[in-house]
Design a protein around this ligand. Structure first.
Ligand SMILES: [Fe+2]
Ligand SMILES: [Fe+2]
Length: 228
């Protein structure tokens, strides 16, 4: 089976207790461990960014060990809190050196689960009014990354996009991201990043023939969501 969940926000080596973000975050790592228990080594879970609070890869070793020990293969993408991320190559080298071989990175690439292509990138919130040059630059880079990932999907029967930032949220709408999702015939889009009361503005459901769903850990009860 293919699963997804976002925003694990682990902090085994950093002093960042998540219960300050709300009662539902109390004991969230135990909840995650418990809720992953029904998965098997053949399952695949896409983790949609904000994995850990650690600043460097070394700060995150215990967090990545936790992720590695969850059953099945994990495909991770970057969130805005993943400061440990410098390059995908460095992270993959670190995973290899530490025997974390169940973790793969979705970044300028694409994975396949049977006939289904797993595509995605972090994304960005680029304000529609007066965006800074920096915002425009970051957004353009993310759009390019998503396009690269989607183009590698070829003629896959089904294409699913995983993002950290939603392509639209409240009054925010990224025309470029949505256009790509439509142009490449994506059927579903899963995203994270949105927590707490902010979830009230998150869109979930069908829009333009694409199904959207928020999968941040607190939103889905710290339980991986079955995609396929
Ligand atoms: Fe988050
Ligand atoms: Fe985030």
């Amino acid at each position: 089976m293919l699963y997804t969940i976002g925003d694990l926000h682990l902090s085994f080596q950093t002093d960042k207790p998540m219960d300050v973000f709300g009662r539902e975050w109390e004991g969230h790592t135990e909840k995650l461990r418990e809720n992953f228990r029904s998965l098997t080594p053949d399952d695949v879970t896409v983790i949609a960014g904000d994995l850990t609070w650690g600043i460097s890869l070394a700060d995150c070793l215990e967090d990545f060990r936790f992720i590695h020990e969850l059953p099945g293969k994990k495909i991770i993408l970057k969130g805005n809190h993943d400061f440990w991320w410098s390059t995908a190559t460095k992270a993959m080298k670190f995973f290899k050196e530490n025997g974390l071989d169940s973790i793969e990175i979705l970044n300028n690439n694409c994975f396949f689960y049977g006939d289904t292509a797993i595509c995605g990138t972090r994304g960005w919130f680029c304000p529609s009014e007066n965006p800074s040059d920096q915002d425009k630059k970051i957004m353009a880079r993310e759009v390019l990354r998503l396009e690269t990932s989607l183009s590698l999907a070829g003629n896959a029967e089904r294409k699913i996009v995983f993002l950290h930032y939603p392509p639209f949220y409240g009054k925010y709408y990224s025309r470029e991201m949505v256009d790509l999702i439509h142009r490449y015939g994506v059927s579903e889009c899963y995203y994270g990043h949105i927590h707490g009361s902010g979830r009230l503005l998150a869109f979930e459901g069908e829009a333009g023939g694409v199904r959207y769903r928020l999968v941040s850990a607190d939103h889905v009860g710290f339980k991986p969501v079955r995609v396929l």
